[in-house]
Write a protein that binds this ligand. Structure first.
Ligand code: OFO
Length: 163
């Protein structure tokens, strides 16, 4: 049985995952406007992943006979200051999401809720991967600076992402 507090924090987490999807879709549209279709496609895939994360929690609540309470999704930013700034924003955002997942884990630990602890483990692993992937993109963008050929090649590489 999921406690009221765990239910509340998991419902919050659904909202954060859906908001992440919204934010990345907004960024994807911005990349498309700049003609960076590979970056746009990468971000669109990422947005889809975030929605999947939200649904994973949604299904978990239902499977455990707990209550789903969807909340309003706030409006994401829609004006950005270039690619590097977009990816720095993502990195900061993902760090907040990691902290939020850790808070769920801490609460589950305090409540000795082993099922939620096991469930949230997957998200912790996922956050490590996501932060690492975004950090790599940032490092490359910083390294390449104004080199347009490098940016073109990177855009082509990011276009390869299939899921
Ligand atoms: Fe859901 O992994 Fe990022 O936010």
């Amino acid at each position: 049985m999921i406690s009221e507090q765990i239910n509340e924090i998991l419902n919050e987490q659904i909202n954060k995952e859906f908001y992440s999807g919204y934010l990345y879709l907004s960024m994807s549209a911005n990349m498309k406007e700049l003609g960076l279709n590979g970056f746009a496609s990468w971000l669109r895939h990422q947005a889809g992943e975030e929605v999947e994360h939200g649904l994973r929690i949604y299904d978990h609540l239902i499977d455990r006979d707990s209550f789903v309470k969807l909340k309003q999704i706030r409006i994401p930013e829609f004006q950005f200051n270039g690619i590097l700034s977009v990816f720095n924003t993502i990195y900061e955002h993902e760090k907040c999401i990691t902290a939020s997942v850790m808070t769920v884990a801490k609460l589950a630990e305090d409540e000795c809720d082993r099922t939620t602890l096991n469930f949230v483990d997957w998200f912790i692993e996922e956050q490590i991967e996501e932060e690492e992937a975004v950090k790599t993109i940032i490092k490359r963008l910083e390294l390449f600076g104004d080199d347009k050929v490098a940016l073109f090649l990177m855009d082509r590489e990011l276009a390869q992402r299939e899921q």
